[in-house]
Write a protein that binds this ligand. Sequence first.
Ligand SMILES: Cc1ncc(COP(=O)(O)O)c(C=O)c1O
Length: 449
Amino acid sequence: MQAPYTNLKTHHKWVEFSAEDTTLNLSNASVEQLQEWKQQLSAEYDNVLARKLNLDLTRGKPSAEQLSLSDAMDGILAGDYITASGIDVRNYGGLEGIPEARAIGSDILGVPVENVLAGGNSSLTLMYQTMAIAHQFGLAGEGSAWSQEGTVKFLCPVPGYDRHYSVCEHLGIEMLTVAMTSTGPDMDQVEKMIAADPSIKGMWCVPKYSNPTGVVYSDETVERIANLGNIAGKNFRVFWDNAYAIHDLSDNPVALANIFEACKAAGTEDSVIQFASTSKVTHAGSGVAFIAASDTNLKFFKLALGFMTIGPDKVNQLRHAKFFAADGALSAHMAKHAAIIKPRFASVLKHLEAAFSDNDLGEWESADGGYFISFDTRPGLAQKVVKLAGDAGVKLTPAGATFPYGKDPQDSNIRIAPTVPTVDQVEEAMQVFVLCVKLASVEQALANS
Ligand SMILES: Cc1ncc(COP(=O)(O)O)c(C=O)c1O
């Protein structure tokens, strides 16, 4: 069995105390030593309080500088509203989206165009709609609605994305947690749970640069997820939210195996539904979202969608298609995003390395893409660290947000989102973050001594 995510990290040496160049070896420290550290750290913390900072590491959204990369989309149609195949995008219709937009989704997700629908601005909306449709009407026709089978449960790899949990909660779907490992969800646990409980109807997955751990699912994990449809009942659906499919920071990004192909090989095409969007590619509030699925899933999705809309915003879809029309335009555009984000990630990682690579005060994964870095404090300290940082003017995502029902059983996970602040602001915020982790850890050790 895979070790849990939190046990896989390798940062276990002793830290250098910033002010005194002192090693913060909490486990072996005497009470006197702990008291002395507490005094020093508290004095530093008081200095920070006096600076009345106002910094924010909560928001997983593009910075204004990133948004500006796509401003040329504005006016790009220049009065030409007709697609290559003659569709007037100003008019009603075209439930599946225009072919050019579906082609972008096909590129991002590695799925044939026929199996991709290009929708409105939000993949979260598509996920909500898909889940609501699966629950109430079913994605495989007569008799496939989850609601007909009583209790419905979903597997949630943790830590994960809070809005996935909100969708389940809103639709009355129970959530069961599964540990994340450095290769994806703990698949031994997943397979065991699904085999034992037919009321588990699906699982959330963010397979590349997972929110918040940054983990990319290994080839073996992808293959095992594709095979889940052979273990679970026919109405089981993995929600494969590939929100960060093209959001690489490294020049040699790890490739994610193609789940569509893997499902085909396993004979489970209906068991996985994929999602993506250009929210963090172009303008976050006015991108294009995609759903990719088997012919059957797409047929029943569209059947229900047809009651909700006559068609998506095709004008915006055509703007995107024109913006990315040139060969290589999309990857060149993503490289510009990476150039902006990279120094922010580097700053976060630099501070974590310097403060915690030599001790057991915190653990993290260094992500090569996506929008987040996930940090685990010693158990029982996340809420305290978030409060200390907040009081010192550094806003962090509320502790617990990365777990269903907002409850982190270990109270240790904190999501760091460094894209919006400037590099200088990230630097300053991380100094405070590190200080708060140290202070909370020393106070806890003192209380337990
Ligand atoms: C994993 C994940 N999925 C979906 C979204 C939202 O996507 P959209 O803007 O397409 O609704 C986010 C936004 O942070 C996300 O992190």
